[in-house]
Design a binder for this molecule. Structure first.
Ligand code: KG4
Ligand code: ZN
Length: 375
């Protein structure tokens, strides 16, 4: 029996932010079962409260795992490998999810694999369920743009376990910028979708807003200056007296500025990795149709494929964690991460590519060098 057949199905858990998610994948990456519970209590508080999120994960996990097993028509004893996000993210949630998965692994006498959340996002376009019937999985190397509430990075995905971070935000993430501007405009949280909707009524040229870092070398991002510029236009009215048309024009102008900046940064990133054949986008902000269309146009102008997973696989989910585990198994990694501590910060480029370990005393693990005391 091959290692992949022996180590599947995989049950994966994701708890790094405010979504509690579980998924079960077979040896081919087919999704046998999937469940996601998006915590709703945070909306009234205007953002994710880490302590509440961790408690909610703990409460939700037993039922969610049971439900996912039922959906897959499997029992716990059928699972061959347990995987969970071990970073980066909110430490409370990471501890809850990874400890739960480790506990199941130990109870069942099966191995555990810790997965980097960002690795999950950027490998998702290769997941069979993420592809439309007319799409084929991107081959390495490809360029990934991860734009979510927590992340904003350009990454050259050279192979499984081999990632080159080309640039990232020096202040807010793209999602944070959308959420903060939406809040200034009196919209709810998370504000990205509401801002996009309002922008449809506005004129994107109405306000001349800055395009931070546009025209500069590299592909770093910055959004704080743009956010401040929007707030200056709101000040004369006061938030509660902001005329709807002004709010709509500001939303449209802000969205246009973000899109222009993203386009500029992606063009630089493509120049840094001219050998890529696909541009892929992931994270909640990838739901923005204006941004998505602009990225798609750039990809087509460059003669490369554009891929954006369906929204449920673009935002936080456990299928991406199971898929990253499977990609690692395909590389020959032997899962052995029971002692791997979760890390709130875990830059992808600190991860060691998997190296087979010949010593029988030290079973192979791609993460051995990352072990460290709990953060
Ligand atoms: O990936 P995600 O669901 O969660 C994490 O942050 O990990 O991303 C959520 C972010 C929020 O900041 C939300 O406002 C933003 O994605 N977002 C959008 C849109 N839909 C969601 N931003 C702009 N336009 C949208 N249509
Ligand atoms: Zn995420």
């Amino acid at each position: 029996m091959s290692d992949i057949a022996r180590l599947t199905p995989i049950l994966a858990i994701e708890t790094s932010c405010d979504d509690t998610a579980c998924a079960i994948l077979d040896a081919h990456g087919a999704l046998l079962g999937e469940s996601v519970l998006s915590q709703e209590d945070h909306a009234a508080l205007g953002g994710v409260v880490p302590e509440l999120a961790a408690r909610a994960h703990l409460k939700a996990l037993p039922e969610l795992v049971e439900l996912t097993l039922q959906r897959a028509g499997l029992e716990l004893k059928d699972i061959a490998l347990f995987a969970a996000t071990t970073g980066p993210g909110l430490i409370g949630g990471l501890i809850v999810g990874s400890s739960y998965a480790k506990g199941l692994a130990m109870a069942c006498g099966k191995p555990f694999m810790g997965i980097n959340h960002i690795e999950g996002h950027i490998l998702t376009p290769r997941l069979p369920a993420a592809l439309r019937p007319d799409e084929t999985a991107p081959s390495f190397p490809y360029l990934a743009l991860l734009v979510s509430g927590g992340h904003c990075q350009c990454i050259a995905v050279e192979d499984t376990g081999q990632y080159r971070r080309l640039g990232g935000t020096i202040d807010d993430s793209a999602g944070e910028a959308f959420d903060k501007v939406a809040k200034m405009l009196g919209l709810g949280w998370p504000g990205g979708p509401a801002l996009e909707k309002l922008a449809q009524e506005g004129n994107p040229q109405a306000y001349s807003l800055p395009r931070p870092l546009k025209g500069r070398p590299g592909c770093d991002f910055s959004f704080s200056g743009l956010k401040t510029a929007v707030s200056r236009h709101i000040e004369p009215y006061g938030r509660d007296a902001l005329p709807r048309q002004v709010a709509a024009d500001l939303a449209a102008s802000f969205q246009q500025a973000v899109t222009d900046v993203m386009a500029d940064r992606i063009l630089n990133a493509l120049a840094m990795v001219p050998q890529v054949t696909s541009l892929v986008v992931a994270g909640g902000v990838a739901a923005n149709t204006v941004l998505r269309q602009r990225l798609e146009d750039i990809a087509h102008q460059h003669g490369i494929t554009f891929l954006a997973p369906p929204l449920r696989l673009c935002t936080d989910n456990a299928a991406m964690i199971g898929w990253a585990a499977l990609e690692r198994l395909k590389q020959g990694e032997i899962p052995n991460d029971i002692a791997l501590a979760p890390r709130p910060r875990w830059p992808l480029n600190e991860r060691q590519p998997y190296q087979p370990q010949p010593s029988p005393d030290m079973p192979s693990s791609g993460h051995a060098s990352l072990m460290e005391p709990s953060a």
